[in-house]
Design a protein around this ligand. Structure first.
Ligand SMILES: *Cc1c(COP(=O)(O)O)cnc(C)c1O
Length: 376
C-alpha cells in the first residue's frame, strides 16, 4: 500500500468502491522508465488510465501519448499536448476519425492491413505510418495476440504499398503482451523487426522506427523484474540486433506507469456459505468484474488484497462482485484465502489497480454507479 494513499484513506470520506491514485507515483514510474531507456520516446498508452490529472502530469513531464480514438486524442489536446506528440496507434480506425485526427495535426498512424493503409492514404496523406507485426505474447499475463498485427512477410509488402500510396513508410511496431514478465520476449521481437529493416532496405525503403509497445508490469501476487531490468534487457537487445545502426525507438507503457499508483477501496457486502461439499466461504465485495476488475477474466490478473484482519487466521474463499450476473466472480480457482474474521461492512483494499479499471467499469449495470476515482 503506497504510504500517501494509506494516510489519505485513514481520513477521507469516499464513496465505495473508489479508486485512489497517487499521481506522484505515476510521475516516478514515468521518470524511472525514461532514465532506464534514454534512447526511447515514451508514448503513454492513454487507455490504461485517462484521468485528467494523470494526462496533465505526464504532459508536463514531456511524455508523448498513444491514443486509440478521437476521445483520447481530444483529451491530450485539451492538456496542451502538441499533435506531434500523439500517435493514433489503434490499427482499427474509422476513416472519418483519421481525417479528423489529421485535421488536428496528428501525423503518426498504426496499421496492419491494406484496407487500413488505404484509409490513411486518403484521409491523412503523407503521414508517417508503422506496421504492427503479430506476436506470440508468450509469458504475458494479459496477451494482446491474434487481434493485432500481421505476419512479417505481409508487413514488408504493406510497407512497400505504403510508399506507393504516398505515405512515409516509417517503421514497425509490436506489443509483447501486457504484464509481460519474460524479458527475452523483447529480443525475440527485435529479431523480427531487424529482419524487416533488412528486407525493406533491399526493396529501397529505409525504415526508421521500432515501436516496442508496452508490457511493463505492475506487481500483483508475484514479484516482477524491476523497470531497470526491462531497460537493460531492451538496450542490450537493441544493441545486439541493430548494432551501430540504431533505429528511433518508441515505447508505449500503460500498466507499468499507472498500475501500482492506484488502490481500490471496496467494502464487503456479504460473507456466506453454500452448504454441500464445498466448504469455502463466498465473499461478495461491492466491486466486481463490471466495476473495473475486468482483468480478472479467466483469473488472469491476480490482485493483492488487504483487509482489517490481516495477520489473523485465514481460510479459502471464492471472491465475487455484487451484480446479478454469475460471470461476476473474481477468483474461484486462484487459491485466495482471507481472514475468517472478515464480515459485511469491512473495508477491503485491492492493490495495484491504477491501470485498466476505471475504463473497464460499466456505467450503470444493475443500477450501480461506475467506479469512482480520485487522484491525490
Ligand atoms: C494497450 C496498449 C499499450 C499498453 O500496454 P501495457 O501492457 O499496458 O503497457 C501499448 N500499445 C498499444 C498499441 C496498446 O494497445
Amino acid at each position: 500500500m503506497p504510504p500517501k494513499i494509506a494516510r489519505f484513506l485513514e481520513t477521507a470520506e469516499l464513496p465505495s468502491p473508489c479508486l485512489v491514485v497517487d499521481v506522484d507515483i505515476v510521475a516516478h514510474n514515468w521518470t524511472e522508465l525514461a532514465r532506464s531507456l534514454p534512447q526511447a520516446r515514451i508514448f503513454y498508452a492513454v487507455k490504461a488510465n485517462p484521468a485528467n490529472e494523470i494526462v496533465s502530469r505526464l504532459a508536463r513531464l514531456g511524455s508523448c501519448f498513444d491514443t486509440a480514438s478521437m476521445g483520447e486524442i481530444d483529451l491530450c489536446l485539451r492538456h496542451r499536448v502538441s499533435p506531434d506528440r500523439i500517435s493514433f496507434g489503434n490499427t482499427i480506425k474509422k476513416e472519418r476519425d483519421i481525417a479528423s485526427a489529421f485535421a488536428k495535426g496528428v501525423r503518426l498512424y498504426a496499421f496492419d492491413s491494406e484496407a487500413e493503409l488505404e484509409k490513411i492514404a486518403r484521409s491523412a496523406p503523407g503521414s508517417k505510418v508503422y506496421c504492427r507485426v503479430l506476436m506470440e505474447c508468450e509469458g504475458a499475463e494479459w496477451p494482446l495476440s491474434r487481434k493485432f498485427g500481421c505476419e512479417p512477410e505481409m508487413a514488408a509488402d504493406l510497407l512497400v504499398r505504403a510508399r506507393e500510396l504516398g505515405l512515409d513508410a516509417y517503421g514497425v511496431s509490436f506489443h509483447v503482451g501486457s504484464q509481460q514478465t519474460d524479458l527475452t520476449q523483447y529480443d525475440k521481437a527485435l529479431v523480427q523487426a531487424s529482419a524487416l529493416f533488412d528486407a525493406l532496405a533491399e526493396r529501397g525503403i529505409e525504415l526508421k522506427l521500432v515501436n516496442m509497445g508496452g508490457g511493463f508490469p505492475s506487481r500483483y501476487r508475484t514479484d516482477v523484474p524491476s523497470i531497470e531490468a526491462y531497460g537493460a534487457a531492451i538496450r542490450e537487445a537493441l544493441a545486439r540486433r541493430f548494432g551501430d545502426r540504431q533505429p528511433d525507438v518508441i515505447v508505449e507503457p500503460g500498466r507499468g506507469i499507472v498500475g501500482d499508483a492506484g488502490v481500490i477501496q471496496s467494502e464487503v457486502v456479504l460473507v456466506s456459505e453454500k452448504g454441500g461439499n464445498d466448504q469455502r466461504r463466498w465473499v461478495y465485495l461491492d466491486v466486481g468484474k463490471f466495476h473495473g476488475l475486468a482483468e480478472t477474466m479467466d483469473e488472469a490478473i491476480k490482485y493483492r488484497l488487504l483487509t482489517p484482519h490481516d495477520g489473523g487466521e485465514t481460510a479459502p474463499v471464492v471472491l465475487a462482485g455484487p451484480t446479478c450476473d454469475s460471470a461476476d466472480i473474481l477468483y474461484e480457482k486462484a487459491d485466495y484465502r482471507l481472514p475468517t474474521a472478515l464480515k459485511a461492512g469491512d473495508k477491503v483494499c485491492i492493490l495495484a489497480t491504477g491501470a485498466y479499471t476505471t475504463t473497464y467499469s460499466a456505467v450503470a449495470f444493475n443500477g450501480f454507479p461506475p467506479l469512482a476515482s480520485i487522484c491525490i
